[in-house]
Design a protein around this ligand. Sequence first.
Ligand code: ZN
Length: 410
Amino acid sequence: MKMKEEQFRLIKEQLKKLTSIDCFYKKKLEGVDVDSIQSQEDFEKLPFTWKGDLREAYPLGLQAVPDEEIVRIHSSSGTTGTPVIIPYTAKDVDDWAVMFKRCYETAGLTNLDRVQITPGYGLWTAGIGFQNGAEKLGAMVIPMGPGNTDKQLRMMMDMKSTVLCATSSYALLLAEEIAKRGIGDQIHLKKGIIGSERWGEKMRKRIADELGVQLYDIYGLTEVYGPGIGISCDHECGMHMWDDFIYFEIVDPKTGKNLPDGEIGELVITTLKKQGAPLIRYRTHDLTRVIPGDCPCGCKYPRIDTILGRTDDMVKVKGVNIFPSQIDELISGIEGASSEYQFMIDHLNGKDICTLFVEYQDGANAAALEYVIGNAFKAKIGIQVIVKMVRLGELPRSEKKSTRVFDNRY
Ligand code: ZN
């Protein structure tokens, strides 16, 4: 994708500022002559910023403005080791809400909507991001946070919530619970805004059907504001990205070379307006591609595909690269199989053994499904796996992002 003039101007301005004050990027970009950056190609030679760099800057090493300008911090989940702390200025908080409001508008929400927010509040950027955007729109927020399904459903019915904000696995859990309790006729939901966790077509269809809503994928990450930097539209053909706030590139995860539009690679983001903790060429580890051409909805913001996986979820078995999205796709084409699965890789007696657990629908023939899925896996992905069908609901559902691939080899 071609960098726009305005994006180039903002990037140059930011680089000048960051290399002139004492901050994280002054060190990171040591030896780079900002004046010599004259084109997109020059920009593409700048070093990447990695999550590890941000961890090393713990606690507040990323801060690029004086203390009195910082109004809040957020932190990425930090499941492995030191967390990353992102400081925000008042303008950062407001810019984020502006983007989030635009997401809601793209999904067709108005100030008459009632938005039930189930992602977590606190250090995590999710809950509060959903809330600030909804308030900016003028909608009514029902700030639930995660968990307590009884209370969630009660508020959903009594407050007549029209919009559910959730992770895909929590939306599925609520949808299943509504069906189980037979309370579908008391639910007023019209739309679901689902966090950027990668999820398959089958799961999407189940949630949409059971809740009777249209679903939108919202994209974002704590390091770059949080959720709300892009969202899918009614046409469900990728996510529009707010490229007046961020500049994005797709690079080959192995070589770091920029890829042409349409090719799958790693999403790399540069912030254009962020003050508290600007980022230059940040490696998100999310796999996606630029969708070329115009969207039928008429929106001019460029699109990326639904997140296809994480560069670090990609597993290599017997020389074959496997992405979770391939397994989603495979299962979604098989009648009687549910959307839920777990893929385990173990190393036994010198050999890699793969086991795929898949939930099946009541009444389906489990033995036949094991045979069909095993053959399809061999044919489409290229390796032999042991398939084990389990009953609907037996695999764990989580309120946060669910892990589906377990590599037990190391
Ligand atoms: Zn569109």
